[in-house]
Design a protein around this ligand. Structure first.
Ligand SMILES: Cc1cc2nc3c(=O)[nH]c(=O)nc-3n(C[C@H](O)[C@H](O)[C@H](O)COP(=O)(O)OP(=O)(O)OC[C@H]3O[C@@H](n4cnc5c(N)ncnc54)[C@H](O)[C@@H]3O)c2cc1C
Length: 391
C-alpha cells in the first residue's frame, strides 16, 4: 500500500539483472516510485545464467507478486553425495527448488514495465548534491533522480567511484558451469541424478548438479536441463589470465561466457573430469559443448550508502556461491530498502541511514559463511595456503 502523503520518488537503478529488477519491483510495489532501470547490455540477457537454488527469502519476495513459482521451478526431494564410481555414498531427504537464471529473469521482466527498463543504456557518470542525483548515460543523455541504486554487480562502477581502492579479491578458484538437456542422457544417469541435488568432493575440488527447467521454460520430465557447477583451483596471475581469455582473444576480468571458452581449454577440462570425477558427473561435463568459466571473487564494502546513492546485491557484497544466497540477499536488500523508505515517509536520507546497518551485517555474515565453505572444500586445511592466495 502507498502512503497518501508520499511524493512520487524518482529512482534510477544502474544494472538490470536480479538485484536491479528486485529493487525496481519492490520500490514500485511498496511506494509507487517512478523507477527507471538502466542496463548496459543491449543483447538478449536470457543467455547469461545457469541454475539458481531458490532460498526462502527469494520465494517470499516472489509471493508478493502472486506469481505461481511452480511454473519456473524444478523440485528436488533428496540431497546426495556421490563417490568415485557414481555410487550414492550418502543420501537424505531434503526438499529444494531450483530455477534457471533465464526463467527467473523472464518472470521479473514480465512484472516490470517495459517502458521503464532501458537496455543498451550504459551509465557513465553520477553527480549528486543535497537535492538529488544526476545520472549520465554513455549517449550523453542525463536523468535526475531522488535516489540512485547501484545494482551493477561484481565490477560495479558505483563501488569503484566510492571506493577506488577496493578491488575484488580472487578466491583462488573458478566455477566451470554448464547446462545440458536431460534428454541427452541414458536412464542410468537420469535415475541417479533426477529429482536430487547431487554433490561430489574430490581432492581440492568439488562439483554439484541439479535439475532446472528447459531453455523454453518447460518443467516437464524429459524437457528439463541438468545444471552443473564444478569448482576448480587455478593459480592467480598468468594461469587465471589465460583461462579468462576468450576465443576472441579478449582477456576478461571475471568470467568467460558460454561459447567463448576456447575449444582446447574445454577439451582439457573434460579430460580432467573423465580422470577424476564420478562418471555420471564427467558425462555432464563431456556433454556440454559450451561451458562458461566464472572466476570466484570476494567483495565486501565497508559502507553501502553515499549521500543519495546506495549499493545493493553483488555490487555491495559478492559472496561465494556455495551458500546459494546471492540472489536472495539481493531480494532482501531490495525489500528492506523499500520498507525503510516507506517507514521514513519517502525521506531518502533518513531511510538510507536506517537501512544500511542491517544490510551490512547481512552481507558480512553471508560472505564469511561462503568463504568458510569454499576454502574448506577447495584447499588443504593449512593456513599457509590461504596466505599464498591472498598475497
Ligand atoms: C557459480 C555461481 C553460482 C551461483 N549460484 C547461485 C544460486 O544458486 N543461488 C543464488 O541465490 N545465487 C547464486 N549465485 C549468485 C547470483 O548469481 C548473484 O548474486 C545474483 O544474481 C545477484 O546479481 P546482481 O544483480 O547483483 O549482479 P549481476 O547479475 O552481475 O548484474 C549486474 C548488472 O549490471 C549491469 N551493469 C554493470 N555496469 C553497468 C553500467 N555502468 N550501466 C548499466 N548497467 C550496468 C550488468 O550488465 C549486469 O546486468 C551464483 C553465482 C555464481 C558465480
Amino acid at each position: 500500500m502507498v502512503h497518501a502523503s508520499l511524493r512520487r520518488l524518482r529512482v534510477a537503478i544502474v544494472g538490470g539483472s536480479m538485484a536491479g529488477l528486485f529493487t525496481g519491483l519492490a520500490l514500485r510495489k511498496k511506494l509507487n516510485c517512478d523507477v527507471a532501470i538502466y542496463e548496459r547490455s543491449a543483447g538478449k540477457m536470457e543467455s547469461r545464467g545457469a541454475g539458481i537454488v531458490l532460498q526462502p527469502e527469494l520465494l517470499r519476495f516472489l509471493e508478493q507478486f502472486a506469481k505461481p513459482i511452480s511454473v519456473i521451478t524444478v523440485p528436488s526431494i533428496e540431497r546426495q553425495y556421490l563417490g568415485r564410481g557414481s555410487t550414492s555414498r550418502h543420501r537424505y531427504a531434503a526438499s529444494q527448488l531450483f530455477a534457471s537464471w533465464d526463467g527467473l529473469y523472464r518472470l521479473l521482466r514480465d512484472l516490470f514495465p517495459a517502458e521503464c527498463y532501458h537496455q543498451g543504456a550504459k551509465v557513465k557518470g553520477v553527480r549528486q548534491d543535497g537535492d538529488g542525483v544526476e545520472v549520465r548515460l554513455e549517449t550523453g543523455e542525463t536523468r535526475q533522480a531522488d535516489l540512485l541504486v547501484f545494482a551493477d554487480g561484481l565490477g560495479s562502477r558505483g563501488r569503484r567511484q566510492f571506493f577506488p581502492e577496493l578491488l575484488p579479491v580472487y578466491a583462488g578458484y573458478v566455477a566451470w558451469r554448464g547446462t545440458v538437456p536431460e534428454a541427452l542422457f541414458d536412464s542410468d544417469i537420469l535415475e541417479l541424478l533426477t529429482d536430487r541435488f547431487s554433490l561430489c568432493q574430490i581432492p581440492q575440488s568439488h562439483m554439484l548438479c541439479y535439475g532446472i527447467p528447459g531453455a523454453d521454460g518447460s518443467t516437464a520430465p524429459g524437457t528439463r536441463r541438468l545444471n552443473w557447477v564444478w569448482y576448480w583451483n587455478v593459480e592467480p596471475g598468468q594461469p587465471l589470465c589465460r583461462l579468462l581469455t576468450g576465443s576472441d582473444g579478449v582477456e576478461r576480468s571475471y568470467s568467460v561466457p558460454p561459447g567463448l571458452v576456447p575449444a582446447d581449454t574445454v577439451a582439457g577440462q573434460q579430460a580432467i573430469g573423465r580422470d577424476r570425477l564420478p562418471p555420471a558427473l564427467a558425462a555432464l561435463v563431456d556433454a556440454t559443448p559450451t561451458p562458461s568459466v566464472q572466476g570466484i571473487f570476494d567483495v565486501a564494502v565497508p559502507r553501502m550508502v553515499f549521500g543519495r546513492c546506495c549499493l545493493v546485491g553483488d555490487a555491495a557484497f559478492t559472496v561465494r556461491p556455495h551458500t546459494a544466497s546471492g540472489t536472495s540477499k539481493a531480494a532482501v536488500d531490495a525489500n528492506t530498502l523499500a520498507l525503510a523508505l516507506f517507514k521514513a515517509q519517502g525521506d531518502v536520507d533518513a531511510a538510507l541511514q536506517a537501512w544500511e546497518p542491517r544490510q551490512l551485517a547481512l552481507g558480512r555474515r553471508i560472505a564469511a559463511w561462503g568463504k568458510d565453505i569454499g576454502n574448506r572444500s577447495q584447499f588443504p586445511h593449512d593456513p599457509a595456503s590461504f596466505a599464498i592466495l591472498s598475497a
